[in-house]
Design a protein around this ligand. Structure first.
Ligand code: 13P
Ligand code: SF4
Length: 356
């Protein structure tokens, strides 16, 4: 929750309490001033700040009114009464907040916060899949842009992907664009994974899902990958386990199925945070974006977070306290979604939100 102190000095003291040893003191001094200004302008604008779990620690622990994973922030966005939502996260997340709140102003502090998964598929790709596999439901990961969501039957996040797949009364579903998440969900739901090019040869005509496939429990995936999570390897895990045999290994499901297979637990960013909170292990290896390790370390100073610390999401990294202040002061960068796309994308999101 946001730090709301009366003076910069008091803000600095609060930040120091939370972030000592995680962020250098001189940096906290500078950032306390920014935090103070952000809170003032936020109140003047009747704005709410939503912060994804991957925000850098000095931002994550200070200005957001709500922090969470994609699904939690999506649900918060359906309930806010603020006039303006500032989304400290990436573009597809801010777009989702706009789709859920077409009448509100939604701002994102940087116009360069993309996502390699969202970039990996277009609306026209989805239309081609619809033509190639008529009648097969299409589920997209929330890490897609609005025009892609508009072409799909439902979207999902890492915390409800299996439940959304199982909510369809269908043997086969298309699940895009994350190849690894699709493979992990296939394992979890007892389905097999195929890719469109595999369906073309010997399984059907003209790329259609063949009779045999249509009656098999199949997830048809796409070849998108997260540029952060694809970098973790089985060897990384084995090397850490050799050195720290008691370590608890936690992997985001955007990691490969092989990496998830050698981990102790896999879940959304918030599920990983909860697992650390609830566990009494001494050491943890987090196979996800490295700022989240810093955020957990700040909250659990007695626990040892081992992480492969160079793995920072370059898109999440665009969001800074400086730009959050500029965003509030200058009303930039406003997120817009054309109305016809917004209405169709909304159906995909609503279908997901209806799944418990
Ligand atoms: P979560 O929904 O688990 O927060 O994941 C979002 C994301 O982009 C992970 O890379
Ligand atoms: Fe996209 Fe990966 Fe960054 Fe998440 S960590 S926003 S999936 S590039």
């Amino acid at each position: 929750m946001a730090i709301l102190e009366q003076t910069v000095d008091a803000t600095y003291e609060k930040m120091l309490e939370k972030l000592r040893g995680v962020v250098p003191n001189f940096e906290l001094r500078i950032k306390a001033d920014l935090v103070q200004k952000i809170n003032r302008v936020k109140a003047e604008r009747n704005a709410v700040i939503l912060g994804h779990n991957y925000m850098e620690p000095a931002l994550f622990h200070t200005v957001p009114d709500h922090v969470g994973d994609s699904l939690e922030l999506c649900r918060v966005a359906t309930r806010t009464t603020a006039d303006t939502i500032v989304f400290c996260g990436v573009q597809f997340m801010a777009e989702t907040a706009k789709i859920l709140n077409p009448e509100k102003t939604v701002l994102i502090p940087s116009d360069e916060a993309g996502c390699s998964l969202a970039e990996s598929i277009t609306a026209s790709d989805v239309r081609s899949l619809r033509d190639a596999f008529p009648g097969v439901p299409i589920i997209c990961y929330i890490n897609t842009y609005a025009d892609v969501k508009a072409e799909c039957d439902a979207c999902c996040t890492s915390s409800n992907a299996a439940a959304v797949v199982e909510s369809f009364d269908a043997d086969s579903v298309i699940f895009l664009p994350d190849e690894y998440l699709a493979s992990n969900v296939a394992k979890e739901t007892g389905k097999r994974i195929l890719f469109p090019e595999q369906c073309k040869s010997g399984h059907g005509e003209n790329g259609r899902l063949g009779q045999a496939d249509a009656h098999d429990q199949t997830i048809i995936g796409w070849h998108g990958k997260c540029e952060v999570h694809e970098r973790f390897t089985v060897e990384d895990v084995q090397n850490v386990r050799k050195q720290f045999p008691e370590v608890l290994v936690l992997a985001h499901p955007e990691c490969s199925p092989e990496v998830v297979g050698v981990s102790d637990f896999s879940g959304s960013t918030s599920a990983l945070i909860r697992r650390v909170r609830e566990s009494d292990a001494e050491q943890y290896l987090l196979l996800t974006e490295c700022c989240m390790g810093d955020n957990i370390a700040a909250e659990n100073p007695e626990k040892d977070m081992l992480r492969l610390c160079s793995v920072r999401c370059p898109h999440m990294n665009q969001i800074t306290l400086e730009d959050t202040l500029a965003s509030l002061e200058q009303g930039r960068y406003e997120v817009t979604v054309p109305e016809d796309i917004l209405l169709r994308a909304r159906r995909s999101i609503d279908r997901m939100l209806a799944v418990q």
